[in-house]
Design a protein around this ligand. Structure first.
Ligand SMILES: [Zn+2]
Length: 148
């Protein structure tokens, strides 16, 4: 498992932000897979990055200190050490977002197709079901907009 897959989505995004705002200082390469850095945050935090063994990464911030957590400081250090990974991460997120939007659009179009095929009576039946099983605000909103 890589650094990114072990980090939470929040740590990844905040880490990217830290990387871009150049909060990673004193980046020091120990060997092919290990780096040391100081990341500017509320305080300065010391990061030890181990790309080959992500579980061995450490950071002395309150979230990660003494725990095996990949925090935003570790992610930011990782992106600073290997900038291509920051680009990959961003491109992957954009791709996922586009995929999601495309899926939603397809679904929406399918629904429209179905609705167009239905009779008025069938449509009323479907809407009543939405009122019965859906959240109450749908019904309340409909009443407010149409009855008064
Ligand atoms: Zn940290």
């Amino acid at each position: 498992m890589g650094i990114i897959s072990l980090a939470s989505g929040n740590s990844c995004w905040r880490g990217l932000d830290y990387y871009k705002s150049k909060k990673v200082t004193k980046l020091n390469k120990i060997n092919e897979n290990e780096y040391l850095s100081v990341v500017k945050g509320t305080k300065n935090y010391n990061v030890h990055l181990d790309i080959e063994h992500p579980r061995k990464c450490t950071c002395d911030c309150p979230l990660a200190n003494g725990k095996r957590i990949i925090c935003k400081h570790i992610v930011a250090t990782y992106f600073s050490a290997i900038p291509e990974e920051a680009t990959n991460f961003e491109e992957e997120q954009i791709r996922l977002q586009e995929e999601f939007e495309k899926e939603q659009e397809n679904e929406y179009n399918e629904v429209i197709k179905c609705l167009n095929k239905m009779s008025k009576q069938e449509l009323i039946g479907e809407i009543i079901q939405v009122f019965d099983y859906g959240p109450e605000w749908i019904y309340n909103d409909f009443v407010k907009r149409n009855l008064y």
